[in-house]
Design a protein around this ligand. Structure first.
Ligand SMILES: [Zn+2]
Ligand SMILES: [Zn+2]
Length: 335
């Protein structure tokens, strides 16, 4: 089978032939049909994740079909359509796992970061950590829902979203464009904050009522003019500066949730947080339960990511474009 590997930090992907692996007890072999290209894959290639191990096959936006099951596996069945998200496995017995918060398990393993992911024709996954893909979702469109979709949908829920809230989305990339679609489907009023003025058309097409071009106005001022500020700010772009600049634009009791990983620090003036009782939080991907909820909500509300299908050989190129900020929507490797 064809595999794309990052052999060591800060090196390009290398395509190589490997034998198709055999699933062991408790594992399944997934025939990968599609795998989205996430900003975290770029971080893996750059060597920015302390938890990453090398050599590694990136990719945690996997959609495919169960091709073989290991000894003792009773679910899923061969032929079932399944996805694999960021969470590859968790211990299952710690307090967090028992509470359904396996995404914060101290022993969690991460798909495409310290366990081989979906940039290959077949991958091994623990049977109990795959997510069933609803029939109405296409493989290439389901892939990006496993990370980009899950992260923004769940991030909004973790931030305490209530119907009708004003949600501001920083950035209109892979996560950001999906954030607009989810927020609209959940009944939110939506603003998009971007430093790229020509994204206004796309933002409005996706359902945003307000576009803030940070080149002509600060995000905080523009948000305060939006009926007093945003109830939730989803920081999807990997820019700590953009999050810091937007934070004072929260309404009272508002929450800024960090979803995109970037260098530097987000800073907040104590008075901005204290008087308006504002919150700054982060949210990592989601649990197995969150992944299923995302897929079900997406199917029911026809959430379709904007994708560009590419062959595995183009993955390096897609990561380069992402690094230069040139990639629009989501690139998805299809086999
Ligand atoms: Zn991701
Ligand atoms: Zn655990």
């Amino acid at each position: 089978m064809k595999t794309a590997v990052v052999k060591k930090p800060n090196t390009a992907l290398v395509i190589e032939e490997r034998p198709i692996p055999e699933p062991k007890a408790g594992e399944v072999l997934i025939k990968v049909h599609a795998c989205g290209v996430c900003h975290s894959d770029l971080e893996v290639r750059l060597g920015h994740f302390p938890i990453a191990t090398y050599p590694i096959v990136p990719g945690h936006e996997v959609a495919g079909v169960v091709d073989k099951v290991g000894p003792g596996v009773t679910w899923p069945k061969v032929g079932d359509r399944v996805g694999m998200p960021w969470l590859f496995s968790a211990c299952g017995h710690c307090d967090l796992c028992v509470q359904g918060k396996d995404i914060m398990c101290p022993e969690m393993k991460v798909t495409g970061v310290n366990r081989d992911g979906g940039y290959q024709e077949y991958m091994i996954a623990p049977a109990l950590f795959v997510a069933p893909i609803p029939d109405s979702l296409d493989d290439a469109e389901a892939g990006p829902l496993m990370c980009a979709g899950l992260t923004v949908y769940n991030g909004m829920r973790q931030a305490g979203y209530k119907t009708g809230d004003k949600v501001a989305v920083i950035g209109l990339g892979g996560l950001g464009h999906l954030a607009v679609l989810y927020a609209r489907a959940m009944g939110a009023r939506v603003a998009v904050i971007s430093n790229t003025p020509d994204k206004e058309g796309e933002a409005r097409e996706l359902g945003a009522e307000y576009f803030i071009n940070t080149g002509s106005k600060t995000a905080a001022d523009a948000l305060r003019e939006w009926d007093g500020g945003a109830d939730i700010i989803l920081a999807t772009a990997p820019s700590t500066e953009a999050a810091t600049a937007a934070l004072p634009g929260l309404a009272s009791d508002g929450t800024l949730v960090l979803l995109g990983v970037g260098p530097g620090s987000v800073t907040a003036a104590p008075l901005d947080l204290i008087f308006g009782r504002r919150r700054l939080m982060g949210s990592p991907s989601g649990s197995r339960q969150d992944a299923r909820a995302t897929l079900k909500f997406s199917a029911a509300n026809k959430i379709v990511p904007r994708i560009t299908k590419i062959p595995l050989e183009e993955a390096n190129n897609a990561l380069d474009q992402m690094e230069q900020g040139k990639l629009r929507g989501r690139a998805v490797i299809v086999f």
